[in-house]
Design a protein around this ligand. Structure first.
Ligand SMILES: [Zn+2]
Length: 271
């Protein structure tokens, strides 16, 4: 599943080929991803120019002249750009074709992604307006996390995965960050000290930044005409390593379920 680093890497990978370009045509080959796709997009997008693009949480926002396109990759969505004439295959649901011959193509096997036209301020859109701060932005820090954890009894892992608290910290990075910060995933949020919160906010930034850096090496795949890029291999310290030895202390890592998601932690390094 694409998490924040994949979305960021995707955005960087496609940006150079789509920015400041005029849209010639929009081809739609499915009626519905997570939600039905606006059939009027074909007419609406013609001659629009993509002025800029940004990521908000796990959403990509393409800014047009006076409107916006909101893209979410869902469980398995992928974007790529190419210039050749390449017939679409199964699961390749839409293309934005530019006047200069380049195409932005969306592939999604499980069809949980989204493509939504927004004509008002995107920050007011129902999918975006309640999102918490960006984990890599300045607003998210130890003090913010300390305030948000007060009087909260729910486990800290669930809290940092709540997009209203901080946006885009998925299961993999929640596991990794808690390990780096030395905090048990089931620890009650309100029991975190100021130091804990500083360490955890730093750890969240570090794990996401490392993954974006690792993904950067695969940027060239975003212009592969014949195949959508795979998600990059992450260097993980605990996630998917249940019952394997801790990389720091060699204690066997514990595997539990939390909110129906895989949680792995080191019973010795994480308190
Ligand atoms: Zn350990």
């Amino acid at each position: 599943m694409p998490e924040l680093p994949e979305v960021e890497t995707t955005l960087r990978g496609i940006s150079k080929k789509i920015l400041n370009k005029e849209i010639k045509t929009f081809d739609l080959r499915t009626e519905k991803l997570r939600w039905p796709i606006d059939k009027g997009l074909k007419k609406f997008l013609k001659n629009k120019i993509i002025k800029s693009a940004e990521r908000r949480g796990k959403y990509i926002i393409l800014h047009l002249s006076e409107s916006h396109l909101l893209i979410h990759l869902g469980m398995s969505g992928k974007l790529r750009v190419f210039k050749e004439q390449v017939p679409s295959k199964k699961h390749e649901h839409w293309d934005i074709n530019f006047v200069d011959g380049w195409t932005l193509r969306y592939t999604d096997v499980r069809k949980f992604g989204a493509l939504i036209k927004i004509t008002s301020d995107p920050e007011d859109h129902k999918l975006l307006k309640n999102l918490g701060p960006e984990p890599l932005g300045n607003y998210f820090n130890g003090l913010y996390l300390f305030e948000k954890t007060r009087k909260k009894t729910r486990p800290i892992k669930n809290l940092i995965m709540d997009s209203n608290i901080v946006t885009g910290v998925g299961n993999i990075y929640a596991n990794e960050a808690l390990f780096l910060a030395g905090i048990r995933p089931r620890k009650q949020s309100q029991k975190l000290t100021k130091d804990n919160c500083n360490n955890l906010s730093q750890a969240i930034r570090q794990t996401l930044s490392e993954a974006i850096e690792a993904g950067g090496t695969t940027l060239k795949d975003y212009t592969n005409a014949t195949e959508a890029p795979g998600y990059f291999k992450k260097q993980l310290r605990v996630y998917d390593r249940g019952n394997l030895p801790c990389l720091t202390c060699k204690t066997n890592l514990k595997l539990i379920r939390q909110a129906n998601r895989q949680t792995v932690y080191c019973p010795s390094c994480q308190k």
